[in-house]
Design a protein. Structure first.
Lengths: 337, 384
């Protein structure tokens, strides 16, 4: 273990030192090859121009190489693999896609993903907005926000253990140590095995993600609410609007842009939801989702890369509209800068 | 914000109550595992954690020793002993001999069982069963009793989990993965971000667009090709394909688009005059970057570092694909996932392990919340 710590520290030094050495060295080399100081005027201008052509690429080079290996090449390769068989050797055309749409697990995953997409972003945004508005009105709002924000720092696996403990089931008549069943039993209800309850179990898994992500929505929306010009609110008050009218007709319309950002961010997260399903049910009792199904196919029986890649492509297709929207927004904002 | 409408006492009171309800719902789950991790493992299954500050009481059954244990005392046949065997620290409040009435007699009183047979069970568990006639048979008397144990908090679970279950080792593995994976991307991204913000070169706009596009590419797209690539490299050079170096680079790659995006938008917002006056003074881009841009960018570098740290520490998927499950490589999240399978009912182990995995992110989060929120606000286009 000590050896491991030393090797980790060693790597940090090597890695960081290597990066520094590269940037510093490459820069130095450029200055040596095209000197701009100590040469005649016109030569210096020429060399400066040449430096200006090369230097940006020295700066972005390492990032471009890593992005190409870890993201751009894999996207192309995954697309190619989705047309190949399990070992990635023979071309099978659309067979993987045909398989997918006939497969029970896949169809179940699509259904569940749509369910997640319909519920989680909406619930997080709605709850986040309400909490943001309420906490802005009280003196201990900052503390309240911190506490609601806290689950965002917890891993999905940790959160799953936390909630599994809440959903814990004991036979009827026994002492319930899971909070939910204890409450149900206290009020005279029947304890339930929540995570295997058909259809409803999906919602019990969604609650975990909502619990984690509401804090995110709250923080972003809270700062957007602060940006609303006071005058618009004051004008509404003078005109005799009640708090609900102010909220729905004055505040919400002014922060539509932020609501959209929060919504799409959580949507992307939901498309990739994996850890919660793996640790809570591993897709049993009809709770499968695409990301977990893909992981399953990557390793099931030595792995079927063709089918795994196909599922990844389906997730990607769902993300593409958001991607295009993001790029458009960014282009609009930078406007040529 | 002007919340000046409807400021009646009732509506303000309502707001406090509503926020309190939200706060309670959001904190209770975490509190549950914290409290449980500190409880005695027998008590965790005997009562809900919300009862942990009260004595836990339960009704149990025991069988007294059979006739062979009897002795003769003052002309009576007597069986003596202690229900708990070796004095456990529980207190009996009542006992009985019928399942239908398990708490018929108070502890310390003698119960008349008919035919002159009497049974006395004391609160410390000791009992005396006496009869004028000799006991017969090889099955002893059945006794039911209600007992309670005082609340007991202990750090034993932490000892057990850290050393016997291997969580301590996984904690080190997680640190080994996380720290380089946080530090390496920062430098690479900072240089790229500066070039994209302040240097002119063909293809810059395209590169920015590509990076914004890559922000939302699901990790799932990368897994299979990279797994194949790593296996290929491993076989080619005759080295293991699951290494720390591999996962450091993978996390660097997955973190870069967000890092560049976040840093670029901050660096692009730095005042133009500073850069230009430095340039007029003859500073090269490299000097401007190192001496002016880096120090000024500290807040955004801190934001990204916190993000990346939390994301890598909490990651399960990348660790499961690119690292092995042997004790020298398994990280906390993967270990916790494995424990959920192998120790599914041992809540003392699960709650304690879970709390250990979340303690680091919670500390980072609370001490550096300001930077975290700033990063969140600046970069909320990434999907987690």
């Amino acid at each position: 273990m000590a050896a491991q710590i030393f090797s980790a520290i060693f790597v940090i030094i090597i890695g960081v030192g290597g990066c520094v050495a590269y940037f510093w060295g490459a820069n130095k080399l450029l200055d040596l090859v095209f000197p701009s100081r100590g040469v005649s005027g016109s030569a210096a201008v020429d060399n400066l121009r040449r430096q200006g052509l090369v230097r940006p690429w020295l700066f972005v080079g390492p990032a471009m190489i890593i992005l190409t290996i870890y993201l751009i090449y894999p996207v192309v390769e995954t697309l190619r693999l989705s047309f190949l068989d399990r070992g990635g050797e023979n071309f099978v055309g659309l067979a993987n896609y045909q398989w997918a749409f006939g497969d029970h697990d896949f169809r179940n995953s699509i259904f569940n993903n749509i369910l997640w997409l319909a519920v989680v972003p909406a619930a997080c945004t709605f709850l986040g907005l309400i909490i943001a508005v309420l906490t802005d009105k009280i003196w201990w709002g900052t503390i309240a926000k911190s506490l609601i924000f806290l689950p965002l720092a917890i891993s999905f696996v940790g959160a799953s253990v936390i909630w599994k403990f809440i959903y814990e089931y004991r036979g009827e008549g026994q002492v319930q140590i899971g909070l939910l069943n204890a409450i149900i039993q206290y009020f005279g209800g029947q304890p339930q095995v929540w995570i295997s309850l058909p259809l409803w179990n999906n919602f019990f898994l969604m609650i975990i993600l909502i619990w984690i992500q509401t804090g995110f929505a709250m923080v972003i929306l809270s700062s957007a609410l602060r940006g609303i010009p006071e005058e618009t609110l004051e004008a509404a008050v003078i005109d005799g609007a009640n708090p609900f009218q102010i909220f729905w007709k004055i505040m919400v319309p002014q922060i539509w842009g932020t609501i959209a950002v929060v919504w799409t961010t959580i949507t992307i997260l939901v498309l990739k939801v994996f850890d919660i399903v793996l640790t809570m049910t591993n897709g049993q009792w009809n709770t499968q989702v695409l990301a977990n199904l893909m992981f399953d196919w990557m390793f099931r029986g030595g792995g079927d890369f063709g089918r795994g890649a196909t599922i990844a492509i389906i997730i990607m297709i769902a993300v593409i509209p958001i991607m295009i929207w993001n790029i458009r927004q960014a282009n609009k904002e930078t406007g040529g800068h | 914000m002007a919340a000046s409408t409807g400021k009646s006492f009732v509506s303000r009171f309502g707001v406090h109550i509503a926020v309190l309800v939200f706060v309670v719902i959001w904190t209770i789950p975490t509190l549950g595992i914290l409290v449980s991790s500190l409880r005695d493992k027998d008590q965790i299954i005997a009562s809900g954690w919300w009862n942990s500050f009260a004595s836990s009481s339960q009704t149990e059954a025991a069988r007294l020793p059979a006739a062979s244990a009897q002795t003769q005392k003052d002309g009576k046949y007597v069986i003596e002993g202690n229900i708990f065997g070796d004095g456990a620290k529980r207190a009996i409040s009542a006992f009985g001999t019928k399942a239908a009435a398990p708490t018929q007699y108070k502890a310390g009183t003698a119960a008349d069982l008919g035919d002159g047979v009497s049974l006395q069970v004391n609160s410390d568990g000791s009992f005396v069963l006496s009869s004028p006639k000799a006991f017969e048979g090889d099955r002893g008397q059945r006794v039911y009793y209600a007992s309670s144990a005082p609340p007991k908090f202990t750090t034993e679970n932490y000892d057990a989990v850290l050393f016997a279950e291997g969580i301590g080792r996984s904690f080190m593995n997680s640190l080994t993965v996380t720290i380089p994976s946080t530090v390496i991307p920062i430098l690479i991204a900072a240089f790229a971000a500066y070039a994209l913000a302040w240097m002119r070169f063909p293809g810059r706009a395209l590169l920015i667009a590509v990076i914004i596009g890559l922000l939302v590419v699901p990790l799932q797209m990368s897994l299979i090709p990279l797994l194949k690539l790593y296996n290929g490299v491993g076989t080619f050079f005759g080295v293991p394909s699951k290494t720390y170096l591999g996962i450091w680079l993978a996390h660097t790659g997955f973190g870069l688009p967000f890092a560049i995006y976040l840093l670029r938008s901050y660096i692009a917002g730095l005042p133009r005059e500073i850069m230009e006056s430095a340039r007029i003074d003859g500073a090269s881009d490299f000097e401007i970057f190192v001496k002016i841009v880096l120090p000024l960018s500290f807040p955004v570098l801190a934001s990204f570092a916190i993000f990346q740290f939390l994301w890598v520490w909490n990651d399960l998927l990348v660790a499961m694909v690119f690292l092995g499950t042997a004790p020298d490589q398994i990280v906390l999240t993967a270990k916790l996932n494995a424990l959920l399978g192998s120790r599914g009912g041992n809540w003392e182990i699960l709650t304690t392990s879970a709390f250990i995995t979340i303690i680091v992110p919670l500390t980072v989060f609370f001490s550096l919340q300001r930077y975290f929120v700033r990063g969140l606000l600046a970069g909320s286009v990434k999907g987690g």
